[in-house]
Ligand binder design. Structure first.
Ligand code: CA
Ligand code: CA
Length: 268
């Protein structure tokens, strides 16, 4: 006579998985017992996840018992790149639920990431990327004589402070006359000033002013917020890192005994 007891199934201890364990205990064996069937003394399965209306089983077939050997968790959220408003500025990719951003060039872009749960519900997050040039970023790539790296210092003594060197594509360690980026000139009727406007900068503004003497007050001719279509701009030359402007005076040559034009730059 032999008896093989089957204990009631237990709920899976791992959250998120629906399963049941059957634990068998062989108490004594006097005669061979078929391994696939056994008498079930205990037919109450209070925790068994029954969904049908059939009667509870009176015998348990081990051939129908599912044995869980391993469990691989599934991510509850998945992420995808849904958009990139300016792919020339930065690229984005997602691997192993890690977002990787790679800077490519100066500019601004927005990376749009979509997250989706197991029910198909989704949401989006916009990640702004700003790679505009700034004085501080430019300064990290320059050599300043004597360590004079403040915006208002002039370590090479050329009359341009470091902010002017940044704005007019100069070099803080080389006199600006060698750089040769700002020129005074004239049309047949008006004085002009030609200078570069650095592209893709952050909070950097330019202004051109005129006056009959050096004591002021100075009259604005053009400023950055006027854009490049202003009537005082007579030429624009587009280059990869700058736009070279020529601004003309509002007063004709000869209307005053003397006349001066100047540039001013500022960074907030
Ligand atoms: Ca200087
Ligand atoms: Ca210089």
């Amino acid at each position: 006579m032999s008896t093989q007891h089957v204990k009631p199934p237990m709920l899976c201890p791992l959250p998120g998985f629906l399963c049941a364990f059957f634990v068998t205990t062989l108490v004594a064996t006097a005669l061979p017992v078929a391994p696939s069937n056994c008498a079930a003394a205990d037919t109450s399965f209070p925790n068994f996840p029954l969904t049908g209306t059939s009667a509870l089983p009176t015998t348990i077939s081990q051939a129908r018992v599912v044995k869980i050997n391993s469990i691989n968790p599934l991510p509850t959220l998945s992420y995808t790149i849904a958009g990139n408003t300016n792919p020339t500025v930065a690229s984005a990719s997602i691997a192993n639920q890690t977002l990787r951003l790679t800077a490519l060039s100066r500019g601004i872009t927005n990376i749009i990431v979509t997250v989706t749960d197991l029910d198909g519900l989704s949401n989006q997050q916009i990640i702004p990327i700003n790679l505009l040039a700034s004085f501080s970023a430019w300064a990290t790539q320059q050599t300043f004589p004597g360590g004079q790296n403040a915006t208002n210092q002039d370590p090479d003594g050329d009359g341009w402070d470091n902010l002017n060197d940044f704005a007019f594509m100069g070099n803080p360690a080389t006199p600006n006359r060698i750089a040769g980026t700002v020129f005074a000139g004239a049309t047949p009727s008006h004085l002009t000033l030609t200078f570069p406007v650095r592209k893709l900068t952050q909070k950097l503004t330019y202004q051109v002013e005129a006056n009959d003497n050096l004591t002021g007050p100075w009259t604005p001719l053009w400023k950055s917020s006027d854009d490049f279509t202003h009537p005082q701009i007579i030429t624009t030359v587009d280059q990869p890192d700058r736009t070279v402007l020529t601004v003309k005076d509002t007063a004709a040559i000869g209307t005053s005994p003397q006349r001066f034009l100047r540039t001013r730059v500022a960074q907030d």
